[in-house]
Write a protein that binds this ligand. Structure first.
Ligand code: GLA
Length: 385
């Protein structure tokens, strides 16, 4: 962690915290934008995470300090409204409101948190905050939520009260995370399987340092174009409710019914969804040429068909693909900037970091950040005593 949380808590509230809550960030290894199309995603909870120290209080007001922003928010537990605050408080308020809508009577807590998840860069900093808050509010209020309910309610908080029309990927990944495991998530069934991991590989995340935001971005347009394609295809086969239901053969046979834009988006999603199965196979067989090929095709599709790669991402892709120790590289998260992801040889992290940073700086003039990450445990609470 980048701060001494327990001392900070002590300094703020002249007491020791009773509990510590944690949530990881996540990185997707295959399956961009497949979640809201009811497809699959290979995803990994990562050890860039949120840690929150807290103690229940009986004031009816959540009092929460962010070490990273150096600001405090206060939330009325009767209404979920922020009575004093900063922008990040909207995530906490959103979670409180969703729980109130569900009929829960909320109790309050005093807390402080810090995070190593870079904000607005595609590693689910907001889902991690929402999941942490949901776990804490449930614990202090004395009710239990199973993981699936927590993921769905956190997604609803983001959709309804934050106003971002995201799928289930981020919330599911941070809540269901298990150490030492990447998972293949089925976004229709809301279930997952573990994916094999070759011993000599690790994940490196490369931050373009071009922050992205899903607000006002083209995320909603992409969703709408996917839905447009589904509408047309459903006229031919009424069993089609999402792009998950469309085979690549069906797509090629009927793509002339779609607008050019919708056809490009649909082709990407159908191929990307198939690539999640190819990636699972490549990881299981430690087939590195296939890993590289499937990652490359994912990036090319994201750039040419789904059109979510900006200039910084293209330059980063060049830098990552040519760096020492790399096996495979592609986009991560929603795209439009933010972070990208490589699979690299475990013993080559330092060479990889230097290679990527030097080339990216040369190509763009921007200093990037690179994180060698491990998988991490999903949202959980421990005693601080
Ligand atoms: C963002 C959204 C997710 C998902 C990804 C793209 O992270 O929050 O629901 O759609 O983009 O795969």
């Amino acid at each position: 962690m980048n701060c001494d949380l327990q001392s900070k808590f002590n300094e703020l509230y002249q007491a020791k915290p009773k509990f510590l809550a944690y949530s990881p960030g996540r990185v997707d290894l295959m399956g961009s934008h497949t979640d809201y199309n009811h497809g699959y995603v290979v995803t990994m909870p990562i050890n860039l995470e949120i840690e929150c120290a807290f103690t229940p209080n009986d004031t009816g007001v959540v009092d929460l300090y962010s070490c990273d922003f150096n600001t405090t928010i206060k939330i009325d537990t009767k209404t979920g409204e922020m009575i004093e605050g900063d922008d990040w408080g909207k995530y906490v308020s959103a979670v409180a409101k969703v729980l109130i809508d569900e009929g829960h009577k909320l109790k309050s807590f005093t807390g402080a948190f810090c995070s190593t998840i870079p904000v607005g860069s595609g590693l689910s900093s907001s889902a991690a905050l929402e999941a942490t808050m949901m776990a804490i509010l449930a614990q202090v209020s004395g009710f239990e939520l199973d993981k699936k309910t927590m993921a769905l309610l956190s997604q609803r908080a983001e959709n309804v009260y934050v106003g971002v029309n995201c799928g289930i990927l981020d919330q599911y990944s941070v809540i269901f995370g298990e150490r030492h495991k990447a998972i293949k998530l089925d976004c229709r069934e809301l279930s997952h399987i573990q994916v094999a991991w070759p011993k000599d590989l690790m994940v490196a995340i490369c931050n373009t340092n071009k922050p992205r935001t899903l607000h006002g971005s083209e995320y909603d347009d992409r969703r709408a174009q996917c839905e447009e394609a589904v509408c047309e295809f459903a006229k031919i086969d009424s069993k089609i409710t999402h792009l998950r239901d469309v085979s690549i053969e069906f797509f090629h046979e009927h793509k002339d019914k779609l607008s050019e834009g919708a056809a490009k988006r649909a082709q990407f999603i159908i191929e990307e969804n198939n690539r999640t199965h190819e990636l699972e196979e490549a990881l299981t067989n430690a087939d590195y040429p296939l890993l590289k090929d499937v990652f490359n095709r994912s990036f090319e599709g994201a750039r040419d068909l789904f059109e979510i790669a900006n200039d910084a991402m293209e330059q980063m892709y060049k830098a990552m693909s040519t760096a020492p120790g790399v096996v495979a590289s592609r986009q991560a998260g929603a795209g439009f900037g933010g972070c990208m992801v490589s699979l690299i040889y475990k013993d080559k992290l330092e060479e990889f970091k230097k290679g990527v940073s030097d080339t990216y700086k040369e190509l763009t003039g921007i200093e990037c950040e690179i994180y060698g990450v491990k998988t991490a445990k999903g949202t959980h609470i421990e005693s601080a005593e």
